[in-house]
Ligand binder design. Structure first.
Ligand SMILES: Nc1ncnc2c1ncn2[C@@H]1O[C@H](COP(=O)(O)OP(=O)(O)OP(=O)(O)O)[C@@H](O)[C@H]1O
Length: 239
């Protein structure tokens, strides 16, 4: 699905990503952990094309996307949920979801399954995004990224500032999406890979099929999610 090899990225003279490589597979949740400022958000922005990489290879389903714009990457099937959600506060929930369809052909509709995954969005369809709670906004940001039916869903700290009951709901939805994909139309299911940056260790451990730990722009540990406890990953990321 996604294969990143030897990624290097700089902000001015600061060398931020130093040879990062990993593979994200369909049906799996890849969790990226690490303390503050180690380059996790920069890595996701590089996958999305929001910041350019200096060198390295980025393959999506075998095609090199490293020089594509963010717009082209969305069209190729990447959905991005940025840190801080960035929903449109003055637009309604429905309009926010339609923004997620902006790159699809005219007449594309919001996949009805999104309202089963996030029932609160159906109840609040005509409310303004800015009127939603933080947790509801996060659900909206995830649904907006899913609206176009991505092959790869990227999320940057979806639990940040969100109440525990909604964190649980979001975790359940991500597991279901990884296991079963998203139904775009009756009988048409989009399978996907999920890449998640997360600081909340328990949430990360519960969801991870695969984990990576970053430190100073490099991957310093990696393995299967089921091994995280035995490998002492909690200690590697605790402050
Ligand atoms: N636009 C920018 N210009 C210059 N330096 C930046 C910029 N954005 C981030 N940095 C620096 O790059 C490094 C990596 O930042 P990044 O946000 O990727 O880390 P992170 O692991 O996601 O941390 P956090 O969990 O705090 O978001 C940090 O030292 C940060 O100060």
């Amino acid at each position: 699905m996604l294969k990143a090899t030897d990624l290097h990225q700089y902000y001015g003279g600061s060398h931020i990503l130093r040879g990062v490589g990993f593979e994200a597979r369909e049906g799996e949740i890849t969790v990226i952990l690490g303390r503050n400022g180690v380059g996790k958000t920069t890595l996701l922005k590089s996958l999305m094309g929001v910041v350019p990489i200096r060198s390295g290879e980025l393959l999506l389903d075998g095609q090199n996307i490293a020089r594509d714009t963010p717009y082209q990457r969305v069209r190729r099937g990447i959905g991005y949920v940025p840190q801080g959600r960035e929903i449109f506060g003055r637009l309604t929930v429905e309009e926010n979801l339609r923004m997620g369809l902006a790159y699809k052909r005219a007449g594309s509709r919001i996949p009805p399954q999104l309202f089963e995954l996030f029932p609160v969005l159906k109840q609040m369809l005509h409310r303004r995004g800015g009127d939603l709670s933080g947790g509801q906004q996060q659900q909206l940001a995830i649904a907006r990224a899913l609206a176009a039916g991505p092959r790869l869903l990227i999320l940057d700290e979806p639990t940040e500032g969100i109440q525990p009951s909604i964190i649980k709901d979001i975790g359940r939805v991500l597991r279901q999406l990884a296991d079963q994909g998203l139904e775009l139309e009756p009988g048409q299911r989009q399978r996907m890979a999920i890449v998640l940056v997360e600081q909340y260790y328990d949430f990360a451990e519960e969801l991870a099929d695969q984990y990576l730990v970053m430190e100073r722009g490099q991957v310093i540990a990696r393995g299967r999610g089921s091994e995280m406890q035995a490998q002492g990953v909690r200690a590697l990321v605790s402050v």
